[in-house]
Ligand binder design. Structure first.
Ligand code: AMP
Ligand code: ZN
Length: 477
């Protein structure tokens, strides 16, 4: 069965059949992380969604040229490096490596190219020169601005028009800008900041130009698909379009897809709101497979509301999937009969869900029905059904990454996590029991026993605090 891939294209705000420029090949760009600190699980959502697109395109037979950048030159990096009295590029290089570690733990397939801003300066400078030459940028004292009103299509992605933008701008406008929406392409560097020679003096690029330059360098002037978090649609992606189209004089990208936020409570998880869970901390506790699973359990255009319940469900599901994978290894065919149609249909159903704008949640639903059915039928499987089960698992592993290549390892990690949780529960119960016994000992004036209990707990780094109302609290020291 042929599955026609449809993508919700934000350029037109509707689902469209995906037709790449060149048959069988896809030029795909995804905006990558800024490397100033450890990534949080909100960033993980954007990364896993980019990886989902990459894997699905490949499994649908496309040859994919996939670029995901590292923003290693940026104000946040410079600020953080200053605080740590570190060279900004050296600081960014440390976090590029930390990002790589996180991406690996999320089971992400390597991108074709992972360029850094610091290694793309000649292309960035050349592109700014082209934009100036084509009349869409102006230079003012070492600084280059993009002239937004010169680009007639500005706002075609975010559906904003220049008038509403002008009225919407509250912050004080840089007096050198000719229009409040104009944005920086190049700026002079202050002493101690990373700087590169350019026709406009020593300086560094503005944020947006890097993605335009990297896309052109590795993919060409027009690309098939561009992805990022929904917060990047404006101004970042709108500005990428303006820059690329002003420089190259042709369309920049035919399909734009954005993932929704991961929310914590009612707010977006973000560093500035201080409500972040680091990928590293989550993975250490539960394993990367569980985090990946959570990210794919919701359609990428729906909000993902983070909660203990979401984690608990994912833990159970990851366990169920990996136990099933291990179990199937011992399945034996009992006949040479026809393929069981119930077993046969799952793979097509999953592909149909995925072809419908990468509906990973729908595909997961199909897979869980399949899993329940196969377990019930395990003693009456034909050779053909068994082969189909293997093909189905391969799809789940390759196109979705929902099956780790070492399922036993995932099960071991989950077991360890269960034991840790249980043992800490037992500890808490044990502590409470001793506290109650100590209270009783005090009532019966058995001071020796009360003291003994305090010492016993103290030996395990547990500190007691007696409250004026007679109750006792404890904490780990
Ligand atoms: P940043 O490092 O802030 O530029 O973000 C890197 C990527 O993570 C971008 O594609 C953002 O849109 C995405 N991102 C950041 N926070 C969240 C969040 N809470 N939920 C989903 N995506 C996010
Ligand atoms: Zn970008």
């Amino acid at each position: 069965m042929k599955h026609e891939l449809k993508i919700h294209n934000n350029l037109h705000r509707k689902k469209e059949v995906f037709v790449p420029l060149e048959a069988g090949k896809v030029k795909f760009y995804s905006c990558g992380p800024t490397t100033y600190d450890f990534l949080h699980i909100g960033n993980a959502r954007a990364l896993v969604v980019g990886d989902l697109f990459h894997r699905v395109l490949r499994s649908f037979g496309y040859e994919v040229n996939f670029v995901r950048n590292y923003t290693d030159v940026d104000d946040k990096i410079i600020e953080r490096a200053k605080e740590l009295k570190r060279d900004a590029l050296a600081h960014a290089a440390i976090f590029v490596e930390e990002c790589r570690t996180d991406m690996e733990s999320l089971g992400m397939m390597p991108a074709t190219h992972t360029p850094k801003v610091s290694e793309t300066m000649p292309e960035i400078i050349k592109m700014i020169e082209d934009i100036i030459k084509n009349g869409s940028a102006y230079v003012d004292d070492g600084e280059v601005f993009f002239n937004v009103p010169s680009f007639k299509d500005y706002g075609k992605l975010s559906k904003k028009d220049l008038d509403s933008l002008q009225h919407g701008i509250r912050v004080e406008v840089d007096s050198r800008k000719k229009h409040p929406s104009d944005f920086v392409l190049w700026k002079p560097a202050k002493a101690g900041e990373p700087a590169w020679d350019s026709p406009w003096g020593k300086g560094r690029p503005g944020w947006h130009i890097e993605c335009s330059a990297m896309a052109k360098k590795f993919l060409g002037n027009t690309i098939d698909l561009h992805h990022g978090g929904v917060d990047l649609m404006f101004p970042h992606h709108e500005n990428e379009i303006a820059q690329s189209e002003a420089a190259n004089k042709c369309p920049f990208c035919n399909n734009w897809a954005h993932n929704e936020f991961l929310n914590f409570g009612s707010e977006k998880m973000s560093k500035s709101l201080g409500n972040v869970v680091k990928i590293r901390d989550f993975v250490e506790k539960y394993g990367g497979q569980v985090l990946r699973h959570i990210m794919l359990s919701v359609h990428y255009r729906a909000r993902l509301e983070w909660s203990d319940e979401v984690v608990k469900r994912a833990l159970e599901e990851v366990k169920r999937i990996h136990e099933f994978v291990v179990e199937t290894e011992s399945y034996k065919a009992t006949s040479n009969g026809a393929i069981d149609p119930e077993i046969e249909k799952c793979l097509d159903n999953m592909k149909e869900e995925i072809a419908n704008d990468f509906n990973s949640a729908g595909a997961m639903g199909q897979f869980f029905s399949f899993l329940r059915y196969v377990k019930n039928q395990k003693d009456q499987l034909s050779e053909a059904s068994l082969t189909r089960i293997k093909e189905t698992l391969t799809f789940v592993q390759e196109a979705l990454g929902l099956i780790h290549n070492d399922p036993e390892r995932v099960l071991r990690e989950l077991k360890k996590n269960e034991q840790d949780t249980t043992s800490s529960d037992v500890d808490a119960a044990w502590i409470e029991k001793l506290i109650a016994e100590r209270a009783q000992a005090k009532v019966s004036k058995n001071w020796a026993r009360a003291d003994e209990i305090r010492k016993e707990l103290s030996a395990k780094n547990i500190v007691l605090k007696d409250n004026p109302d007679g109750t006792t609290n404890w904490k780990m020291n």
